[in-house]
Design a protein. Sequence first.
Length: 722
Amino acid sequence: MKRLLPFLFLLTAFMAHAQFTTPGTGVKWDLQTLAANSEGVITQVGDHFEMDGILIISATDTIEILSNGTLLFHGLSHIESNGALIVDAPDQMTFSAVDPEAESRWRGIRFYEGHYTYLRNATFEYGGGLKVGNGGTFLMDGCTVRFTYYQSGSTSGSLTSSGAIDITGPATVINSNIYSNQRPAIGTPSNISSPVNIRYNTITGNTTENSNRPQINLGLAGAGNTSYVVGNTIIGDEAFTNAGGIAYSHLLSGAGQVVIDSNTIVNNRYGITLTGSGIDGWIRYNTITDNNTQNNPALGGSGINLTASSSSAYQSVMVTGNLISGNLWGITIIGYPQVNMGNTDPESFNPGLNVFSGNGNEGVTYDLYNNGPVNQFAMGNLWDVEVQDAESIETVVTHQPDDSSLGLVSFMPAAQKVTFTAANNDSEALEGVTITIEGIDPLTTDIEGLANLITMQGQYDFTATIEGYEDFSGSFTLAAEPLQVPITMSEVTYTVSFEVTHGTDPLEDAVVNIDGQEITTGADGIASIDLVPGDYAFEVSLDGYETFTGAVTLVDQDVTVQVTLLETEYTLTFVVTSADNPLEGATIDIAGTSLTTDAAGEATILLVNGSYPYEVTATDHTTATGEAVVSGADLDITVTLTSTVGITEVPGFRIYPNPASSYVRIEGANIQKAELLQLHGMVVRTFENPDANLNLQGLSPGYYFLRLYTDGQIVVRRLMIR
């Protein structure tokens, strides 16, 4: 038994560390192929795969996983890649532990020099992280890294030490979710050039061991190289009070550049820190809020901290457009960094635009603490004071006036807030107005017509534009107090001209109604109005003319509308009678037209305003003449014709004088009745059993008919009265 136990121990150790190396012949395998060829290191168990041992990918071989799935690792198992590892799952490929609670967990994945690694839609959890070696290609996109552990030990510990993603050399991590890892989310060494590209990730609650390590812990980028930390959300867990936000440091010799841009950094021990020499840095447009979890101002709590302890150190940092609020300190500068937080010098121009709010400790506001002998520039910033003047800002900046050994901070001119309010001529808010100021990114108004700008105090010209409106140009002077700038936009208009005629003759005083407005034509027959683009109905009217209605469309140019008005026609109705009965077939000549009466003795014609002579004739009847005057209304005229049937000449019959004046005398006949008629047939005077003289006084001059009834006969004579 004593001889058997050592053998069993060796066998168990061997089985726990089984190893498979791909053949190195350029193979491209997936998990199924690996399971078939890995001599038991990888096996398929139900709907997932398991690894028990070590998989080594040879330099010329590729492991390609293009489907969803799960690979579970037994304790101490891991992958080493000298070749290509490609994971591109449609939804998710998970690399996890068989038993997340086991004392010995899987050690992670190590990528050696020359590797090619592309990871998309993959989750790595409950393992020893991802160790990225120098001299290869590493791209992670849309992945999750969580619950990784750190444990020392070359054969039994985690493969990573600096972070869940432990990078040496260049690497890119984008669009990923990295959280709840024992050490930082991402770490790089301080002694090997490792330019990284970290963009648009969500990084939360890392450094769960609560060590003095930030969630992103970067070292040397290398001479001529730049590390980018852009667009990430970095949120701490208040339970881990020692974990910072972002750190970039050159603790040893070397050089490199770092850009920290547009990140949101919240609830860490500090926000951003740069430490060491040989650093060119740009810290811009970050939101750095409530980084005070340790709540010990002697140990941290800065929104931004810049440290270079040696007078020979080189650290040059440009700080622009950051929102720094709720930290124990706003910006702290320790030692000898040269920091440009805003400078009006054209050769060193920086607009500043950093906004400070609510930074401080022990009841004192600290926006900027220049804790070193170097003079600094901090112009164009919005400080945590009500009035942005030198006296007020001095209360939140610690520098030479507070301690003669410290460098002077030049902070005037400061910034201030200007609010643009855009509206139309009806005072309605305009969304989408673009406001352009030289040297400043364009602004766009919101749904309330507002656009806010924080900029350096001074004089500015601006232009406001929006489609459909005239450009608006203006200027403003920004001083220590906030400023509101009203913008009234006038809609683009085009001219509609109405040319109103009757035939070829222009019509004056024609009224055009359009868009609720009324315009009148001049002597030239033209009326004009300016309107915004659109569709418009209109109406043109003038006394004596038919009303004209129409529509016009304005798009992008002036429009002329030709309108021809027709005179209004009225109905003239003739009623022709004879002996008190309707006379059918009578002819009426008027306005160049001949009308014929119907069975009702009526005939009609449409005429415009005017005077129209007429003549009415009928067979065996007298003729009637007259004048019809049409004046803005329909007109009825009754004409009575006298039958000439039975009218005879009486011998010796005589009427005189003719023309007559005040009387007319009748001789040679026995007259029983006499009637005086107008030419259109109306009886105007009747004489019963008259004597020889008929009284004509009171009658209007003109032509008349004199109808005489004598001894059963009718005699008609034309008579002129003057």
